[in-house]
Design a protein around this ligand. Sequence first.
Ligand code: NAI
Ligand code: MG
Length: 500
Amino acid sequence: MSVTEQARPAEAKPRHAHMLIDGNWVDALSGATLVVENPGRRTPIATIPRGNADDVQLAVAAAQQAFPAWSRIPPRQRGRMLLQVAEALEARIEELARIIAEETGNAIRTQARNESTLTADIFRYFAGLGGELKGETIPLGEHVLSYTRREPLGVVGAIIPWNAPVLLGALKIAPALVAGNTLVLKAAEDAPLGVLFMARVCQEFLPPGVLNVLTGTGEEAGGPLAHHPAIRKLSFTGSTEVGKIIMHAAAERIVPVSLELGGKSPSIVYPDADQDWVVDGVIAGMRFTRQSQSCTAGSRLFLHRDIFDSFLDKLTKKTQALKLGDPLDETSDIGAIINEKQFRKVCGYVDEGLHRKDARLVFGGLPPKEGPLAQGYFAIPTVFADTSNDWRLAREEIFGPVLVAIPWRDEADAIRMANDSHYGLAAYVWTHDIGTALRTAHAIESGWVQVNQGLGQQPGHSYGGYKQSGIGREFSLEGMLDSFTQRKNVTVNLNTPRAM
Ligand code: NAI
Ligand code: MG
């Protein structure tokens, strides 16, 4: 693994960012703050308001007040405002990319710039969908007019994580708003700065109170938002553990909930595919260049026994050629883990793998204790082989660059192991045989299966989880309609006698 050497500029004094409530840029009512850190350097870069239930109260009240007027704006006109947001974001992609790289530790060239670009694209995509908020007519006979309307739900409460914070924030803001809802969004405490930057751009074009963005911890700000009685819909992206808490909160008030949760996605490699090419795809699917902090990471590699060793040799060479280093350095392929807690968690899994007799370390291991990489939360891509599908490393979402390689000979066995998980988010199948590919794709219990590619989601995809990976779909036209509108039926009797 090569290391990016870079002269470190003198660290700037941390700046202070504000939250957005009712069109105003504010501090927490309590005045409390949190520190945001650059995980590549472990230096503070900003302070943010530490919002709590009182701030949630203000934000929800603002969103409630803004709702009637916003919901009555014709949908395509709402879409035009989102298009202005898209264009303004497109002009500032580079600025946003730097903020994302700095606060998340995601490398600017391989990750942050793509996230920034895709964020603008998400606004552009949903901006065009205003005209699709259509209803239908029901043929109940000549003397009846029965039709449905797609109506917004009201105030949406959304909570997002830190791994692709701006993109995931856009995926709440754009569909919720174009559908006519107003929104209170809670950013992740580790990566709120890009989200606040995006909110500033949005606020140039939106009426006050339509979009409100809070910062603070999960317990202090996220909890009160999930439990607020005026919230009519909860949309959450993050861990399965917190997803369950959100679903409980929703159950208390019978509000609809969308959950985009974790994954432990299988990548099944058949022996007939070109190995060099599949290795590139497996590296992409594993999201090694985002430190594998991705819910769709293909983190269980099921390799056919005939190619097991040769494939792992090639995987070793290609992964080790990736450059780990400062997220803001253009030559870095891989950046840093988000924070100390996640870094320790990832190291804990690696340590467990190193101590297990029935697991063979193919490459990687624990991070160096000194040198430039020791200055940040840099985890080293690591692969364990000859493992079973049953141990903790093969079952739990590590959210770090730790891949387990498991051999198979019988296709049915590979599929059984792939499905033997409480998660079901993504999957990857690698083979030249189209029949084999589709048979396997159909047998896998996952919301999204890619055959012969390891790419990220695109606007328009139906994307979401099976099993404990989540409920609902938000990425697409259908997702916007299903997750952010409710249908009303109006039935009119046309045979009405007139009063004499
Ligand atoms: P998390 O699920 O705790 O955090 C996600 C968001 O939920 C943050 O905005 C957080 O402030 C909020 N939150 C936390 N507790 C809450 C509560 N009780 N009520 C309301 N909101 C709450 O994720 P965390 O702790 O940052 O990461 C832990 C693990 O979660 C990771 O190792 C990974 O396995 C998984 N994860 C999965 C993600 C995904 O995209 N599927 C994203 C982030 C984490
Ligand atoms: Mg947590």
